[in-house]
Design a protein around this ligand. Structure first.
Ligand code: MRU
Length: 345
């Protein structure tokens, strides 16, 4: 599997280094953050984004916060750690990977006897979460590539590459792997309003990977699907409920309906860390509401009259019956999801 020339996130012993995704594709700027509150702000401001990458950043943020705790009483340490995890948990509510990481970090600390051991365990656990996410997308990309025939044109939404996963990528990982297997693959990338992750980040990553792509506006997807120009749709996921209902970037649900209407397979690619078996169905998935300014403004410039009321749900939920298959690192899951997900997770 080919490496990329960029590193979305790195642990530097007492700092977290990350590539500021809000400044791409214009400039490649790395930030070095020494305080967990800065990491929380970077997640909230989407300097690092994409569910798996949010989970990794959250874990390193907790490790960073823990290293600065001076109190050596176990109880006080756990109390301070709770404040740190609460700050990180309040950043992006939909990404399951963030909460998976927080749960694992809490367990890692609880299992140790003294605060020095706890700090060491937290740093190690964050590194483990990072390497597991990298491994997971590498594996799921190989499973997913088996579904992609030579000569396929794929429609994808938002950004799901190394930037979003710290690893190989979910939907983009499947596309990269199919290309590395020698298949001719073309991509149609939705620009992904309002924050343009498709135009800014997917286009940047596909260009670097040498994968031919055409950028379209979100509202062009139906046109291309209806004209038979798309062979399959592949998206990532922020949270998948026990019945397969999938929350992903706003606009994913519309693509799923359009894909079914036009007889085109619709795949979700996600690591198992994105699956949340505690939620029975998609109605229970918390949906992040972001600042309406992201809709009324484009990169700082207003695009609507002052005072315009705008809505900004960041994700929508695609019901499981629109999803042809869910591609994970443990294999490909199809209906009935409710039974097969429990078996695989
Ligand atoms: O708001 P974002 O940019 O964090 O949303 C990202 C997505 O919706 C991705 O599709 C999802 O996190 C899966 S990425 C592997």
């Amino acid at each position: 599997m080919k490496e990329t020339g960029y590193q979305p996130i790195e642990w530097l012993d007492n700092k977290v280094k990350l590539l500021d995704q809000t400044r791409l594709p214009r400039e490649e700027v790395y930030l070095e953050l020494g305080d967990y509150r800065e990491v929380a702000a970077a997640i909230k401001e989407m300097r690092i984004r994409g569910a798996p990458a949010i989970g990794v950043a959250g874990a390193y943020g907790i490790a960073l916060g823990a290293l600065k705790i001076e109190d050596t009483s176990r109880d006080n340490f756990m109390r301070e750690l709770k404040d740190i995890t609460q700050t990180l948990a309040a950043t992006r509510p939909t990404a399951r990977n963030l909460f998976m990481a927080i749960e694992r970090m809490q367990q890692a600390a609880e299992a140790r006897g003294d605060t020095a051991q706890m700090k060491k365990a937290l740093v190690n656990e964050a590194a483990r979460i990072h390497s597991e996410e990298i491994e997971a997308t590498g594996k799921l990309a190989r499973f997913g590539a088996g579904l992609i025939k030579d000569g396929t044109t794929v429609l994808t939404h938002c950004n799901t590459g190394p930037l979003a996963t710290t690893g190989y990528g979910t939907a983009i990982g499947v596309i990269r792997q199919a290309k590395e297997q020698g298949k001719q693959i073309k991509v149609l990338a939705d620009e992904t309003r309002p924050l343009l992750q498709g135009a800014r980040l997917t286009a940047w990553e596909l260009k670097q990977a040498g994968i031919p792509f055409t950028l379209i506006t979100d509202s062009m997807a139906g046109y291309f699907l209806n004209r038979g120009k798309i062979d399959c749709v592949i998206i990532g996921a922020d949270r998948i409920a026990a019945n397969g209902d999938t929350a992903n970037k706003i606009g994913s649900y519309g693509l799923a309906v359009l894909a079914m209407e036009n007889g085109v397979p619709f795949y979700v690619a996600a690591p198992v860390s994105t699956i949340d078996l505690s939620l029975a169905c998609g109605d229970e998935i918390p949906i992040e509401e972001r600042n309406p300014d992201e809709v009324t403004h484009l990169q700082g410039a207003s695009t609507a009259p002052e005072g315009t009321v705008a809505a900004n749900p960041a994700f929508d939920v695609t019901p499981h019956y629109y999803i042809t298959a869910i591609i994970t690192e443990k294999g490909i899951i199809k209906e009935p999801y409710i039974e097969r997900m429990r078996g695989i997770v």
